[in-house]
Design a protein around this ligand. Sequence first.
Ligand code: NAD
Length: 500
Amino acid sequence: MAVERNQAYWLQKLTTLNIEGRAFIAGRYVDAAAGEQFDCHSPRDGRLLTAVQSCQQADADIAVAAAKTAFDSGVWSETSPKYRKKVMLRFADLMAQHQEELALLESLDMGKPVLEAESIDIKESIASIRWHAEAIDKVFDEVCPTSPDVLGMVTREPLGVIAAIVPWNYPLLMACWKLGPALATGNSVIVKPSEKSPLTMIRVAALATEAGLPDGVLNVLPGFGHTVGQALALHMDVEGLAFTGSTATGKRLLQFAGESNMKRAFMECGGKSPNIVFADAPNLDQLAVHVAESIFHNQGEVCTAASRLLIDASIKTDFVKKVVAAAAEMQPGDPLDDDAFMGAIVDDIQLANIQRMVAMALDEGAELRCGGEQVRADTGGYYFAPTIFDNVDNRMKIAQQEVFGPVLTVIGFDTEEEAIAIANDTIYGLAAGVWTTDLGRAHRVAKKVRAGSMWVNTWDGGDMTTPFGGFKQSGNGRDKSLHAMEKYTELKSVWINLDY
Ligand code: NAD
């Protein structure tokens, strides 16, 4: 008989959960050199999960030296793609064996519903490691169409030591989007997880070693604040910087790359994505539920959250009522409860940010249709109700700034041209959606909206085959797909005179 994986089930698992809070350098867990640590609390109920080591410059130096030694020795970088594939597939298998443990850890640390952590975060993390492992022995270099007396070749070589600095909203998944292609192409990697949710990345490092990844090839440096991330970004022996996080930090990291060794720097940053609904969109009742889901899942803490609903003015009043009704069904609950659509906001600082932005929207004259307040405060955790602001002007700050919480802004439009203009009136260009039954319109809008991902009659579509990243200030470079491997490799031209 199948076991019901309800709240009691996960609470029972919690009693045997071992939580590791140390850094992982050269194949083993270690304390930070200065011995400093910070407390890691669960946003679910405020409980202390563990103390986490707070790495700094000295730890960055040690980890970079270990990663460089491993790289220079060729113990990973010069092995055959087939061998790297085998080790990485074993790593993915071990993660799959520990799927429930990892999902529980992610949920407790970050606040998201545990079943979503399992079906999205952990499953997709495994998929990223597996997909790039499977791909690496099927990627060929090039032979140039030269005259017969010459052999021209274009080859790809790993960069060396990569620093992957990742955010807190999909902690393990954002790391694995970088680890998959970086490891497959032969690099050594140092992951700097967010101080808000470092635990799953710390845990899986040991699984990579167990799978046979040589010491020093994967290192994890947790740290409080910007110190250790900055040390990595400025380090002269770090050749590649792969970042996911806010646009403000991304800009800073580009400066660090320029101030140091001109390391290759790829930024995946914020968004304020438009979801454009035309009056001829199919099945408006069902669509209202999709619209609500695409802003409220993961508590709205999603870079591609559909935070701006651009709605045809002729159907706006009725449609907004439907979205408000759908939102009422998406209230936050205990992340360990199988009924919870939303879990907890990652911490009290992010909760305060959301509250500040809601107050700002009210000041600007946006009309609150639902939510707007903290809920479940008696739990000791940080929960916020699904919130909808209607009659928003796209020039308002609430329409321009990323909230990174469960807050939807509704903006009306009259024509297709106006919808496109509003969609593009933002510093961001991460993702966009368009809902219509008019094929010509779908193509026109998809072409004219400046975004790295464009979804037609769906939201958040794609798999490991599709690149993911932004236009404009949403970043550069792409995660996922074979294109991701380009970030972690240099092109080399070899020209051989055959007639010498
Ligand atoms: P953040 O920029 O505050 O932090 C991201 C990471 O950078 C963390 O590990 C943090 O400790 C580190 N960091 C912060 N300041 C630093 C500095 N000066 N030097 C070096 N490292 C530093 O972002 P966040 O709050 O963790 O994440 C939320 C942001 O991430 C949102 O803007 C969201 O849109 C974005 N995001 C983007 C994508 C994408 O693929 N484009 C995916 C997920 C999240």
